[in-house]
Design a protein around this ligand. Sequence first.
Ligand code: NAG
Ligand code: NAG
Length: 489
Amino acid sequence: MPPPTIYLLLIFSLLIPPHPTTADQSFISSLITQNGLDFVKNLLISKAIPTLTSTRIPKIEKTVRIPVIGKVHIVLSDITINRVNVGLSNIKPDATGVTIFGSDVTCDLSTKWHYAYGTWVGPISISDSGTARVKVIGMETSIKLGLHNQEGSLNLFVMECNCHMNDISIDLNGGASWLYQGVVDAFEEPIRSEVSKEIIKKLKAGVLKLGSVVQSLPKLISVDNIASLNTTFVNDPFLSDNSLGFGINGLFVDSRKGNYLYGKKLQPPVSCSDPQKMVGIVLDEAVFNSGFALYYNAIFMRWIVDKVPEQNLLNTAGWRFVVPQLYKKYPNADMNLEISLSDPPIMHVSSQIIDATVYADLIIDVLQLDDRIPVACISLEMAGVGSVQITKNNLTGHLKLDDFTMSLKWSKIGTLHMFLIQPVMWTIIETVFVPYINARLGTGFPLPIFRGINLQNAEILFKDSRITICSDFSYKEPFDPSHTLVYTS
Ligand SMILES: *[C@@H]1O[C@H](CO)[C@@H](O)[C@H](O)[C@H]1NC(C)=O
Ligand SMILES: *[C@@H]1O[C@H](CO)[C@@H](O)[C@H](O)[C@H]1NC(C)=O
């Protein structure tokens, strides 16, 4: 049985004469709006905080001159960031990159202190140790990320990373009273610089890790054993002051051999009627078309119908009055119907509507003993209206048939009166063919979306040969963390 995807493609495909596509053509593009970016920013911050809180800062040591006491060697060790809180944050794309700002950041650190000094009276050294709490208030951090297309993959890199602190307060447990001022004077600056350095280092490492995940996104995602979707990034990401867009090739390619590239130029950018939606994904007719062409060439689509709701249609007796000569030649013989696609279907997306035309041949077989005897073939041209939905992250569809025309292709039983057969055909199409197709259209095919991201409240628009999906999304940690950020259905 042909895989389910075929049927979607079958309906939503438009055969356009193939012509060579250029490397920078994108047939699926998506745009993350400011609301979507805010969501991503919150997600990234929630991921960054745990990595910062476990941070250990290298020990700081200094010899300071304390009035009366003299030179004292003070060491702060085991400096650990215990808690980070980001008060305010925002994300701002511009033409060159995307900046994430965090302000009103507070950080709690703990440290151990230790000092030693020699007295002027003799070589007796005095030492003491204890712990301290350090609080950083009003810190500001920003990280600017650049995004480039590198041979079809996304290269994510740090363009700038800053960290500034307003106030720090140090709270020593124990120690002599002179120690407090000595530590504040000598260590405030080193603590600031070490903590900033460490935060910057951690943020850069985080981006590097995220970048390697992004870079290793697959360039092809398999839909089934016949087709894959080409998810190669095309062109540099599109950046404006309130959105970030990506284009991928988006065409179906043969999982087994060469490509079927059918192309038309996609006009960016994505436009959603509701600016609140987090993401817009645009699919060109050519996406469905490429898939259809591929399946159409890869497998012969044929169904043998041996069960219908009106079972008398599968016996010549049921055709007695519409094709009398059939009944005369094969009285009370069982029949099968063979339906096959005779041509690629045609799909056209225009304002508010998807028109679909499906071409099929229907062969009437008479069953005699073990033989299947084809007696006539009728060509069908069915016209309908398609609709699409989002089911989980799959794009699924439904076909409603409006009309059909038919003609006799060949016959071994003489002329058939088409006007007599018409109601019978309509019944077969409506009760067998269309439900069969719709059952499979309901499965759809997966949209190329990061694993863990789930589309919500999707709204679908049709316009000028493009289907636009405008949606919100949520994120749920993928079950297997080693597979983060892999496309999924
Ligand atoms: C996928 O798309 C890219 C970019 O358009 C293209 O260079 C590449 O040849 C395509 N790959 C396949 C297998 O068709
Ligand atoms: C999504 O589509 C794929 C490919 O057709 C199918 O295997 C999968 O079951 C579908 N998922 C859902 C939730 O329908």
